[in-house]
Structures are given as C-alpha cells and as structure tokens.
Design a protein around this ligand. Structure first.
Ligand code: ATP
Ligand code: MG
Ligand code: MG
Ligand code: MG
Length: 486
C-alpha cells in the first residue's frame, strides 16, 4: 500500500468516526521551545493546556514532523527519519481510553479490502504503563489480547508529560512482531527492531504539579476533562505494509536511495542482513542521503533557509551531510540537482505545493551545495595537513586551535571537523575549541557593547548560542527536552 494511501485511509477512517480533518501545520511553528514541530499534538497544545477552547471534540491530522534528536539514528536503526509524518487522532474531553483503543484496533485489523490496514492481530504487541490496569484490561478483556503479549513498562517508556507542570498521563504503544528474521523474541522490551513501534496512544488524564524529570513528578489531581492524543508513524506503517526492511526503503524515500546508489556505483544491501545495527557503512550512508534529501526538501518547502544558527543550521547540516555522504560514497560531482528532483517526484502527491515551489526550493538547495563544495575545497587540505601533523607527532587528538582555525577561516562547522577527523582515526579537543569560541564571542560582545552601549538579545536561540552556536548536541538537548509524545 502506498504511503499516500495509508495517509488517506487514516484520515477517512477517523473522519467516519466524527473527527474533523485538520491540515498539517508547517514544520516551523510559533513555539519558543521547539525548533520544529516534532509531534502531531503540537498545534493542538493550547487546547490541551486549556488556554483555548477547541472548535471540535474530535480532530485528526497527518502532521509533518522533524526530530533533530534522531539524526544520529538515521540509517543505523530501521525506523528513524529526521523528517516523518505523524498520523493522529485527538479527543478533547470526549472519548477516552476505551474509545482510543477500540478505534486503533479497528483501523489496524480491518482487512485492506474493507478500508483498513489488515495487520495480523496475532502479531500485535501492546505496551501499557505499569500501573495502568485500566488500559491493560481493555487490551486483554475488551480486545482479547493474551496476557503474554501485553508488556507493562515504566515511566521512562510509557508516561507522557510536557516537562513542566500541566497535563500528563500514561501511554499505550503498539508494536508489530516482524518475525524471527528481524531479531530476538520476547517482545518490545527485548528487541525494538523485530518488534517495530508504530503507534503511541497517550491518555491525558492527570494534572501534574511538579515535574523534576521524565520519570519523577507529582500528580495533583485528575483532569476534569480527559484527552486523547495519538501518534502513528506514517513511514513506520508504510514499512510494515510495504513489507520492506526499514523506513528508508518505502516508496516515499527509496527512489532517492536507489538513484544515489546508481550514481555512486554502490550496490545497496549487498552486505547487510536484517539487523540494521550491523549494516555496512555504505548502506548507512545511502540511507542518510535519502533521508536528508527528503528532510531538506520539506524544510525548505516550509520556508527554512540554510544558516549558521537555529533552524537554518539544522537544514545546513542535513544538506551538507547528504552531500558529504555522496562524496564518501565516491561521487564528487554536484549531487543535489540529481537527487532533489527524485524526492519531489515522490512527495508531491501529498504536498503539491512542493512542485509549484520547486524552482525556489531547488535554487536554495543547489546554492548551498555549491557553497559547501567551495568550503570543502579550501578547508580539506588544511584539515588533512593538520591530521597528518598530529599523527606524525604521535598524537591522537587534533588541537582545539586547529579546529577553531578551520571554523573561523574556512567555515568548517565543528561537526564536520569532528566527523572528518574521526574518519582518519583522530579525536578533536572540543574543550579547547569551545573555549576559543567563547573567547571570540566575549570579544564580539564587548565590541558591540562599546559601539552601541549594549543591546538586548531577543532571539529565541540565545541559550543555545551560549552553549555554542555550532554545538549539535545543544539542539538535540533542546529538541528532546521539548519532545511532546512518548
Ligand atoms: P522510538 O522509540 O522508535 O524512537 P518514540 O517512542 O520516540 O519512537 P513517539 O514519541 O512515541 O516515538 O512518537 C509517536 C510515533 O511517531 C511513534 O510510535 C513512531 O511511529 C513515530 N516516530 C517517532 N519518531 C520517529 C522517527 N524519527 N521517524 C519516523 N517515525 C517516528
Ligand atoms: Mg524516539
Ligand atoms: Mg513512543
Ligand atoms: Mg519508543
């Protein structure tokens, strides 16, 4: 089943159950805690927080999401994209656990001829929060799932809140057993590759008064109006229904991977079995290319442009990583003009605006690749020389001042230096680098103050900048902290 059809069925199923279809919000959303929308519920937050009254009791959407915190997983697991789409159904004080579970079960087990997804009921493994006997009983008694297939998990896995006082509650997740060729038996707690998570049902049930950590909070009261927030990974469902090994092989992603393999002369999958963790580096790179090209397309489509900070930096890093992966696979020509058109061809069915905006989108992407090629041309020799010198003097760590010079003079972001150094077996003195960056920033600040008599920094990213404008970890921390589902 094509991804576009999976999406269509989701929306029409929930529409038939009285939900209003709400269009996806753009990836860039007015929320100071988020770089990008990272879950279907984000645009509905004001309703869940009681700040606004929703126009409906029930809504459904397919929300575009980007999770920068998952970037390191891309290509290495079978299930993480930086961009993905989250199908969701939402109840605002209307149906609760029983309704959410019944709807979900009906949609996934109704046969494909009858408009459902036709999953094999015997292969579905739900998880529930350890104390949530109500959800357990609904799966066990109402749906009839044998006890041994229902896993109880703790707060880290099966509790949802926003990291601040406010609504929270237990979750129930759905996993499909893909069979012994994908890994060890024993359920989702044992092997998340064999048992693939595809849906998270959040039961917003309590008012939390204090939240100290993901798994440490106080419950103040039951919410007067209980809510449902679910998120089903569209690409995960496509992986399951298309019978492919992983997310990068579905219809919306694979054509780019395939084209990249053709351009680089690599035979994808020649070396790997099912276990994504044992993949050959070339296969991982091909998946990274396919993922990052698509994510870049979607980000530029939603108005992001490459830059050195915040969202622009995330986009820049993805574009550069795609380009560099192509080079590491042996392709030295400009690659985006050959890959981005393949991606838009696949995505335009669900997002026609990508086609009409493609001139603009592609110009931005191609210009970034050109600029990056120039950066690489000038900086690579310097880096190689520094690496050779370090090695010949018996060192294993590239000095911080060299990393800083590469950044300052040749525009090499620290991630690139880290990546390229580690490919040659060296570490980088990050502390030294960060210190020099900080000194430079302090000087700039002092200069600016001297000139203007000080100014207020109102940008959202100021905290990030304090951590280092090019520190990728900082983005990960920000986005994972703001993670809103699961
Ligand atoms: P995982 O444990 O696999 O990282 P998660 O528990 O972080 O997933 P949730 O926060 O529960 O994911 O998000 C709801 C659903 O969105 C998941 O059940 C999954 O289907 C989908 N999803 C989450 N992250 C990704 C991703 N990076 N790429 C594709 N789909 C995703
Ligand atoms: Mg995750
Ligand atoms: Mg989850
Ligand atoms: Mg999970």
């Amino acid at each position: 089943m094509e991804t576009a059809e999976i999406r269509r069925r989701f929306l029409s199923f929930y529409e038939s159950k009285g939900h209003t279809i709400v269009p996806s919000s753009p990836l860039v959303y007015d929320d100071p805690n988020l770089l990008f929308v990272n879950a279907g519920m984000v645009p509905f937050k004001p309703y869940f927080l009681g700040q606004q009254a929703p126009q409906w009791d029930r809504a459904t959407s397919v929300q575009k999401c980007v999770r920068t915190g998952d970037i390191e997983e891309v290509g290495k697991t079978s299930r993480h994209g930086t961009f993905f789409q989250m199908n969701g159904n939402f109840s605002f004080g209307d149906y609760f656990k029983e309704g959410a579970i019944q709807f979900a079960w009906e949609l996934i087990t109704t046969s494909q001829d009858q408009g459902g997804y036709g999953l094999d009921a015997d292969k579905i493994w739900p998880t529930v929060y350890e104390d949530d006997d109500e959800a357990y009983d609904l799966w066990h008694r109402m749906i009839g799932i044998p006890a041994e297939r229902i896993t109880r998990r703790g707060k880290l896995d099966n509790y949802w809140h926003m990291g601040v006082p406010g609504p929270g509650g237990p979750c129930s997740e759905l996993y499909l057993d893909r069979g012994p060729e994908y890994g060890r038996e024993g359920g989702p707690a044992v092997d998340e590759d064999r048992y693939l998570e595809f849906w998270n049902l959040v039961f917003m049930q309590y008012e939390l008064s204090a939240v100290r950590a993901k798994d440490d909070f106080d419950i103040a009261a039951e919410l007067p109006k209980k809510n449902i927030d679910t998120g089903m990974g569209l690409e995960r469902m496509a992986t399951l229904l298309q019978g492919v090994d992983n997310l990068y092989e579905i219809d919306e992603v694979y054509p780019v991977l395939d084209r990249a393999a053709e351009l680089t002369g690599k035979k994808y999958g020649a070396h790997s079995g099912h276990a994504a963790s044992e993949s050959h580096p070339d296969d991982v790179r091909l998946r990274v290319v396919a993922d990052h090209v698509r994510s870049s397309l979607m980000l530029i489509g939603d108005g992001v442009t490459p830059g050195n900070e915040g969202r622009g930096y995330v986009l820049r890093r993805m574009l550069r990583r795609a380009v560099r992966s192509m080079r590491l696979l042996g392709f030295d020509e400009p690659s985006l003009p050959l890959l981005l058109p393949v991606s838009v061809e696949r995505m335009k069915q669900s997002y026609p605006e990508l086609e009409s905006g493609f001139d603009r989108i592609s110009q931005i992407a191609y210009a970034e690749e050109e600029a990056f090629r120039r950066t690489l041309a000038s900086g690579t020799t310097i880096l190689d020389t520094a690496v050779a010198r370090t090695k010949s003097s018996g060192g294993t760590t590239l000095a911080g001042d060299q990393a800083f010079a590469l950044h300052d003079t040749y525009g090499f972001p620290i991630d690139l230096t880290l990546e390229m150094a580690s490919e040659q077996g060296l570490e980088v003195d990050r502390e030294g680098f960060t210190r020099l960056m900080q000194e430079q920033r302090d000087r700039a600040k002092a200069d600016a103050k001297a000139k203007k008599g000080g100014h207020a920094n109102t940008e959202v990213w100021k905290d990030l900048r304090a951590l280092g404008a090019t520190d990728w970890r900082a983005y990960q921390e920000l986005t994972s902290e703001a993670k809103v589902v699961g």
